[in-house]
Design a protein around this ligand. Structure first.
Ligand code: NDP
Length: 293
């Protein structure tokens, strides 16, 4: 069994991005600039945003952090998005989700200029991805693809089972795994809460991607000997073994599943570190006009 080390790959990609930024600056070009809008004071969102801003600085990006109060109306947020859409200094824009209940996430996602949509959630980017056109790929699925690529994991003709069909993970990763590409060319089954015989379906998988949002859902009896297991889940659980009093677990029961695998991502340190780095990669591509001119 080999551990897929997301932290290590994060550092590799980070160094590659920083090198490109240095070269851009040396040529007299401006630094990539990522704008992040956060509405309200949700603690978890604030932590994610702080981490995004910190990583931006580390790779030499500018970042524009826009904090709006919980009382912001939908119209005010849409106006702010339009202002950033029109601002040529800003290459990429993300609006941190979830949003307060009185704001429609769908409207917000559609309001972002698809050329600046580095989260890859806009229907134009999703549609282009589905058709195999160039587009911004959503960060977590893109991170999974990068891990498979850098570990030279063969996906062609393999049976891939994806647990979960959300718009941000399950559905896009199933599209990417079935695309005519490398990694890709897998035969994909997508499972959700109405799937019958889930255990049996999972145990046929050469590659099992768990994005189900249920702590330690995947157990050893659901996994084929020699399978590649990618655990997307993140769950904060109480622990008396750590100083902080909690630890992170995934959607996979790691201790019993890992011995059966050829490759597995740990939680933490697997898929998680790849998400932010994929977002930065999209911002770099945006600044270089590599996806859209
Ligand atoms: P969602 O809750 O949006 O989706 C979960 C999916 O799993 C749904 O499609 C749901 O089915 C399905 N599901 C839930 N319970 C069952 C069940 N008992 N049997 C079969 N299917 C089930 O989750 P996300 O996709 O947003 O996230 C998944 C996990 O990944 C979470 O733990 C989240 O924290 C983590 N995550 C990690 C990221 C990272 O950077 N590592 C980034 C994003 C998410 P249905 O559609 O029928 O309801």
């Amino acid at each position: 069994m080999e551990l897929i080390d997301g932290k290590k790959i994060n550092l590799e990609v980070r160094a590659e991005i920083a090198k490109e930024v240095n070269e851009m600056v040396a040529r007299g070009e401006k630094r990539p600039n990522l704008a992040v809008i956060i509405v309200g004071d949700d603690g978890a969102s604030a932590t994610y945003v702080a981490s995004k801003v910190k990583t931006c600085k580390e790779v030499g990006f500018e970042s524009t952090d826009i904090q709006l109060p919980d009382s912001t109306t939908e119209a005010e947020l849409l106006a702010k998005i339009e202002e950033i859409n029109q601002n040529n200094d800003i290459d990429g824009l993300i609006v941190q989700l979830p949003l307060p209940k009185h704001i429609s996430e769908d409207k917000v996602i559609e309001a972002i200029d698809f050329k600046k949509d580095v989260d890859g959630f806009h229907p134009i980017n999703t549609g282009r991805m589905a058709m195999g056109f160039t587009s911004y790929l959503p960060a977590t699925p893109a991170g999974i693809i990068e891990l498979l690529k850098r570990y030279n994991i063969d996906t062609e003709g393999k049976d891939c089972v994806v647990l979960g069909r959300s718009n941000i993970v399950g559905t896009p990763i199933s599209l990417l795994m079935s695309r005519k590409a490398k990694p890709g060319n897998a035969t994909v089954t997508i499972c959700h809460s109405r799937t019958k015989n889930l255990k049996e379906v999972c145990s046929r998988a050469d590659i099992l991607i768990a994005a189900i949002g249920q702590c330690e859902f995947v157990t050893a009896d659901m996994v084929k000997e020699g399978a590649v297991v990618i655990d997307v889940g993140i769950h904060r659980v109480k622990s008396d073994k750590t100083k902080s009093g909690w630890k992170l677990k995934g959607d996979v029961k790691f201790d019993e599943v890992a011995p059966k695998c050829s490759f597995i991502t740990p939680v933490p340190g697997g898929v998680g570190p790849m998400t932010i780095i994929s977002l930065l990669k999209n911002t770099l591509l945006a600044a270089q006009n590599k996806i859209y001119n």
